[in-house]
Design a protein around this ligand. Structure first.
Ligand code: NAD
Ligand code: UDP
Length: 313
């Protein structure tokens, strides 16, 4: 019989790709989403698939969509613009929302995977970031609603594993991009590609020397599925270990789009992490996983989607 899987945040960027992957593996999938940052268009191609259904609800309130074998908890605003706008909602979904989904897993004896984040490391003193590093997060700064909610949810997931024996998994996701990344959610890849395609200046915050490591969505989803089937309960970094300065990333986007846009330097937001790169030794050893798609290839694969976003606005 097919596995019954619940995906929270199903209408979002990653949640919708995860639903596609699970359906192609033969699961029956129930997606839940309150559409606060998600988009129904991300799921429109599934409207005729009888193995998929979407329930509109807020996971901060207790809910039960029926017997389930596995839960992927991906609901949360994720971009700095979104979680700044939805500060308290972000704290609530990471706390009450995570507990509600863990209660469901406990009730049905379901497996559980939580989408955590590299933001748990904050502005890191250890580079590249290993899972054993506890992080440097400002608990009262503008990013804290997201970072501390995610750190709480990691504690909650570990507690449900330790005290209640729930079969939990924790993925620390590093910056991921690809088709269905919201064109207007303010993340660097979406902002710069849209600006490049429109011939507008590319906004770089600070001097562009801060670094990030960008993972293409298909690589990420493959790593997440492997982790969900593993016996590993401690956090595992999934991301691309190739590190780019934001300025280098902007130049790559100019090259891929063929744009002549200029670069416009703007103020660096408070507490913006200076550098970020995953150490993926654990993913390599435990899951035999590593990303295959370079930034150049991933940007090329994302162009058609962003072109459509630009022409429809
Ligand atoms: P997204 O904003 O596209 O998707 C999040 C989805 O969650 C949206 O559809 C939103 O409507 C839904 N949601 C938010 N609050 C909810 C609530 N209370 N009840 C029900 N649904 C709710 O973001 P994304 O990039 O797809 O991120 C998905 C998950 O992965 C998030 O938990 C995020 O923290 C994590 N993550 C993403 C990245 C990345 O680079 N994209 C990096 C690290 C972690
Ligand atoms: N950034 C930028 N220009 C933009 C958007 C973001 O220079 O238009 C920078 C941002 O300050 C950060 C990096 O790019 O240093 C990544 O930002 P993003 O919001 O994508 O992810 P996060 O900061 O959460 O890693």
């Amino acid at each position: 019989m097919s596995r019954s899987t619940l995906v929270t945040g199903a209408a979002g960027f990653l949640g919708s790709h995860l639903c596609d992957a699970l359906l192609s593996e033969g699961d029956n999938v129930v997606g839940v989403d309150n559409l606060s940052t998600g988009n129904l268009a991300n799921l429109s191609h599934l409207s005729r698939d009888s193995r998929f259904s979407l329930v509109e609800l807020d996971i901060c309130k207790p809910f039960d969509t029926g017997k389930v074998d596995y839960i992927f908890n991906f609901a949360s605003p994720a971009s700095p613009i979104d979680y700044s706008r939805l500060g308290v909602e972000t704290l609530l979904v990471g706390s009450a929302g995570t507990i509600n989904t863990l209660d469901l897993a406990r009730k049905y004896g379901a497996g559980y995977l939580h989408a955590s984040t590299s933001e748990c490391y904050g502005d890191p003193e250890v580079h590249p970031q290993v899972e054993t590093y506890w992080g440097k997060v400002n608990p009262i700064g503008p990013r804290s609603v997201y970072d501390e909610a995610k750190r709480f949810s990691e504690a909650a997931v570990m507690a449900y594993h330790r005290y209640y024996g729930v079969d939990t998994h924790l993925v620390r996701i590093f910056n991921t991009y690809g088709p269905r990344l919201q064109a207007n959610d303010g993340r660097v890849i979406s902002n710069l590609i849209v600006q490049a395609l429109r011939g507008e200046p590319l906004t770089i915050y600070g001097d562009g020397s801060q670094t990030r490591s960008f993972c293409y969505v298909a690589d990420l989803i493959e790593g997440i599925l492997l982790l969900s089937r593993s016996d590993e309960h401690l956090p595992v970094n999934i991301g691309n270990p190739v590190e780019w300065t934001i300025l280098e990333c902007a130049r790559e986007i100019l090259a891929v789009t063929g744009s002549k846009s200029e670069i416009l330097f703007q103020d660096l937001p408070q507490d913006d992490p200076t550098r970020r790169r995953p150490d993926i030794t654990r993913a390599r050893t435990l899951l035999n996983w590593e990303p295959k798609i370079s930034l150049r290839q991933g940007l090329e694969r994302s162009l058609e989607y962003f072109r459509a976003c630009v022409s429809s606005r």
